[in-house]
Design a protein around this ligand. Structure first.
Ligand code: PRT
Ligand code: ZN
Length: 213
């Protein structure tokens, strides 16, 4: 087991296609038959695990997976003890605060005493503390953007890409609190053999990235 790298990627979602593409562009071949949760590479000592993105940092912390590809937003929010070894340049997005479009907004102090719905309580809590704002954090797991229009919260803090979801829910983006992209995370307990494989993989990833620029 010492000389195999187990790489966790998202099973199905916004990261999946680019994660698979990156691994393939590194010259690693494997059979990803539909519905498979695990596959072995045929020309590199690696296994690929297909998981929900939220589970990836924990698997990597525990060493069940040695590497993972996940949004930096998810990795940082998870607060797991892992190394971020490389930024991958895809799935770029930002974590932003939005308020109802008709609300006048002069600055972050306006959030004092307000309630904010989010799936990112740790990142939001840190931002509010750094800005000396006392707001109530409502943790919800999905459809965050609907909260203000149904009176559940005064504001939201969610992932934004094009901005169209905020817009279609009558919201405007007022603060960006975190910029994210896909990152490769690694376990802190790699064997020397696994570290060597990781170095080989990172060399290939960097070559792919250079070739694209
Ligand atoms: O099922 P699983 O748990 O694995 O996946 P998931 O549904 O939790 O995650 P997924 O696939 O939606 O997103 C995976 C990662 O992609 C996120 O953690 C981010 O790092 C990144 N990413 C990039 C995004 C977006 N862009 C994005 N636009 N994640 C989510 N969104 C959502 C956002 O939550 C909001 O609802 O899209 C909406 C906003 O998009 P715009 O374009 O309207 O602004
Ligand atoms: Zn998820």
């Amino acid at each position: 087991m010492d000389n195999i790298l187990r790489i966790a990627i998202q099973k199905s979602g916004r990261l999946s296609e680019d994660s698979l593409k990156l691994i393939k562009e590194c010259g690693i071949r494997f059979d990803n038959g539909a519905g498979k949760l695990k596959t072995s590479a045929t020309n590199f000592p690696a296994e690929i695990l297909f998981l929900r993105d939220d589970d990836i940092p924990g698997y990597v912390e525990d060493g069940v997976a040695h590497l993972g590809i996940v949004g930096e937003n998810v990795s940082v929010e998870s607060d797991r003890d892992v190394n971020t070894v490389h930024k991958l340049g895809f799935s770029k997005c930002r974590l932003s605060i939005g308020v109802l479009r008709e609300h006048e907004y002069a600055g972050v102090q306006d959030l004092d005493g307000k309630s904010i719905a989010t799936s990112y309580p740790k990142l939001l809590g840190k931002y509010l503390a750094e800005n000396n704002v006392k707001a109530q954090i409502h943790e919800i797991s999905g459809s965050v953007e609907i909260a203000p229009s149904i009176g559940l919260a005064d504001a939201v803090c969610d992932i934004v890409s094009s901005g169209s979801t905020l817009l279609s829910n009558g919201l405007k983006e007022v603060e960006t609190i975190f910029k994210s992209e896909a990152v490769m995370i690694a376990s802190k307990h790699l064997t020397a053999g696994q570290q060597d494989l990781l170095d080989q993989l990172l060399f290939r990833i960097k070559s792919v990235q250079v070739a694209k620029n």
